[in-house]
Design a protein around this ligand. Structure first.
Ligand code: 5CA
Length: 444
């Protein structure tokens, strides 16, 4: 992409009403525009990051054996009356009527709808285990939408639902989700810590939230500092293996880590004092096991091997896909702007032309652009006729992890400059070597 042809409406001024860094930077970098309270349009740069995150979530879900579907945003109130949640959900649910006077709602979550799909099509234990998921917009009429996409009213969520014959099988599905989530967040360059939490309106006893530590997080968290040393890394996992998934769960949940809702002061005080941490975190996902809470009232049953009709054991598992864009920025920025991790960056590298219109400089930029594109990478080439300072400021603000700076002086010596956004360190290299280095970084 050439910046002269892109739509990148960066703001010069810091928006006054944005209280936290990610919200300010998303507005300043032209990633989003507020449509109404807690409701945003995703502009090209923001949309690209949202898509990159979405793609990682899809890949990791499917690696774990979960099957993608797409359910509508609008739901019939009758389904929610069956589970008893239509009245229980309260004013967070956006309710409406169609022209026939039928009660509808904009889905805040999809347990009822997916249970209806299941009961319509599955009747035997032989069809289990089954996990269906989708990535879809949700609406919750939050009393205080704030912090931009962090606490929106309309937001993008991955929600997955497992259907199993027994509690043991459903707990394996729970563990499998925990493992896949650890992988998912790490691929994005984030550390998200599973913490024992409260289940709220979804229900059930077993639940963990995944928290990214950040001062601006909305949740208060209590944990053993040893937990921050844990990494999933690049280990291979067999998602069908009960032992392997259980092992990872134990490794990542045996140390004390709880949100304020489930915090237990006595247990916490058993940790050596120097390891006790009280901090804040951003909840980027949550997994639940709730047994037959929905399958029983809604008649989602299968025949077991003895021919008995039994309600299936279920859980649901969410990732805050749009919230993750904000969380990633909270965890990766400095006073100049965003610093994207390579796994989610909207463009792999920026190319800054210091002397637009100079034949040799233009040609060198074009060659680098072509070489990166040919390797399957997406560069963003700042080909505008602007001062160098302005070009650098834009690149720093939008946070591409690598920048190639091309100018006549360097070219005279056969070099361009490759700069890391994270460390600020620059290196002079032949143009081909800069391209080779970027390819190596992205493994292409
Ligand atoms: N049905 C279950 C699991 S699929 C569910 O709805 N879980 S949840 O309520 O915990 O939501 C899943 C994730 O969505 C949360 O962990 C959070 O990251 C994100 N989320 C929830 N509310 C909002 C909101 N108002 N704005 C942005 N993201 C949100």
């Amino acid at each position: 992409m050439r910046l002269s042809r892109y739509f990148l409406p960066v703001l010069k001024e810091t928006p006054a009403d944005a209280q936290i860094a990610s919200h300010r930077l998303m507005l300043r970098a032209g990633m989003i525009k507020q449509a109404s309270a807690g409701n945003y349009s995703w502009l090209p740069l923001g949309y690209k990051v949202l898509q990159n995150i979405t793609n990682i979530v899809h890949e990791e879900q499917q690696r774990a054996g979960h099957i993608p579907i797409l359910m509508p945003t609008l739901q019939s109130a009758d389904l929610w009356r069956e589970s008893g949640r239509y009245d229980a959900y309260g004013p967070e649910m956006l309710r409406m009527q169609d022209r026939h006077g039928r009660d509808m709602l904009y889905g805040p979550t999809n347990e009822e709808m997916v249970t209806d799909i299941f009961r319509s099509h599955v009747g035997s234990y032989k069809d289990l285990p089954l996990t269906l998921y989708h990535i879809q917009w949700k609406f919750r009429d939050e009393i205080r939408p704030r912090f931009g996409v962090m606490r929106g009213r309309e937001f993008y969520m991955k929600d997955g639902y497992n259907f199993d014959l027994t509690k043991e099988d459903a707990l394996h599905a729970y563990n499998r989700h925990l493992v896949s989530y650890l992988r998912t967040y790490e691929r994005m360059g984030l550390q998200a810590i599973p913490m024992r939490a409260d289940s709220g309106p979804i229900g059930g006893d077993d639940t963990h939230e995944f928290l990214v530590l950040a001062e601006t997080g909305e949740s208060e968290v209590f944990y053993d500092s040893e937990i921050t040393d844990l990494r999933f890394g690049d280990r291979e996992i067999d998602y069908d293996s009960v032992e392997q998934c259980q092992g990872v769960l134990e490794e990542f949940t045996s140390r004390y880590a709880r949100t304020d809702e489930t915090h237990d002061e006595d247990l916490f005080n058993q940790i050596p004092e120097e390891r006790r941490r009280v901090a804040r975190g951003i909840e980027v996902g949550q997994i639940f096991y709730f047994g037959t809470k929905y399958s029983e009232p809604m008649g989602a049953t299968v025949q077991d091997s003895e021919g008995n009709k039994v309600p299936v054991h279920m859980g649901s598992h969410g990732i805050g896909v749009s919230r993750l864009v904000g969380a990633l920025i909270e965890a990766n920025h400095d006073d100049k702007g965003i610093i994207w991790p390579e796994g989610v960056t909207p463009f792999h590298a920026g190319i800054v032309n210091l002397r637009q219109g100079d034949a040799e400089t233009d040609k060198a930029c074009e060659d680098i652009y072509a070489a990166l594109t040919a390797a399957g990478l997406e560069p963003l080439y700042d080909d505008r006729d602007e001062r160098a300072g302005g070009k650098f400021a834009t690149m720093d603000l939008i946070g591409l992890p690598w920048r190639v700076t091309v100018g006549p002086r360097g070219l005279k010596n056969g070099v361009v400059e490759l700069t890391s956004r994270r460390t600020g360190e620059s290196e002079e290299l032949a143009p081909e070597m800069a391209v080779a280095r970027i390819k190596e970084i992205y493994g292409v």
